[in-house]
Design a binder for this molecule. Structure first.
Ligand SMILES: NC(=O)c1ccc[n+]([C@@H]2O[C@H](COP(=O)([O-])OP(=O)(O)OC[C@H]3O[C@@H](n4cnc5c(N)ncnc54)[C@H](OP(=O)(O)O)[C@@H]3O)[C@@H](O)[C@H]2O)c1
Length: 181
């Protein structure tokens, strides 16, 4: 993966691991970094660090219009980092309802797919870039106690079988996994 000179986009960039991705991209000399958050105000401190290279973008990954608007604004992206995610920390069977499960699916699974689908044409047009999907190392440790681990497993499956081997070769972009604790 070529980071130097790349034009990167990080979802959920306003804190946590997303902020670490941004710091890493700056250190590795990315040419431009689109930083995404649901509220532009949350991005002000990040933009202030490096206003020449950091461009704020409002993005809600579960909203297709928002995702498509971001893809249209950031059509020069060569490195897409899908970091946004939620963990509502609910058990699967003991939870009172499926509300948390549905919310996690919307963000962690369908949100990620929304982003891949919306940005794949730009990545292809820009010569074939890279998609990095943030996963969870917890998924590999049985038993799968929390829903997020199942969801991240689904994303891994999507990366491995669909994106990396078939879709990415068709769309001329690479696909990587970022494993978190
Ligand atoms: N931290 C860990 O130990 C760990 C372990 C395994 C996997 N991960 C994965 O690593 C990634 C980052 O984790 P983190 O710990 O840095 O989480 P975090 O601090 O909670 O940050 C998550 C980011 O995602 C954004 N986000 C949430 N829902 C969104 C939505 N619907 N649309 C757009 N952005 C949204 C949040 O924005 P707001 O500020 O607006 O909420 C926030 O910027 C996630 O995918 C997570 O599942 C983390």
């Amino acid at each position: 993966m070529q980071i130097q000179g790349s034009i990167a986009l990080v979802t959920g960039a306003n804190g946590g691991i997303g902020r670490q991705f941004v710091d890493g991209l700056r250190a590795a000399n990315a040419a431009k970094i689109y930083v995404c958050a649901r509220s532009l105000a949350k991005l002000d401190p990040l933009v202030a660090l490096d206003p020449e290279r950091i461009v704020p973008i409002e993005l809600e990954v579960t909203n297709l219009e928002s995702v498509q608007a971001a893809a249209a604004k950031c059509s020069d992206v060569t490195l897409l980092i899908n970091n946004a995610g939620i963990s509502l920390n609910q058990a699967i069977i003991a939870a009172d309802s499926l509300d948390s499960a549905r919310a996690e699916l919307e963000v962690n699974y369908f949100g990620l797919i929304n982003m891949c689908r919306a940005f794949a044409p730009s990545l292809k047009a820009n010569g074939g870039g890279t998609i990095v999907n943030t996963l969870s190392a917890g998924e590999s440790k049985p038993p799968l106690q929390r829903l997020i681990q199942c969801l991240k497993s689904g994303c891994t499956f999507c990366n491995a079988l669909c994106s990396r081997r078939v879709e990415c070769s068709r769309n001329a972009c690479g696909c990587g996994d970022a494993w978190n604790g």
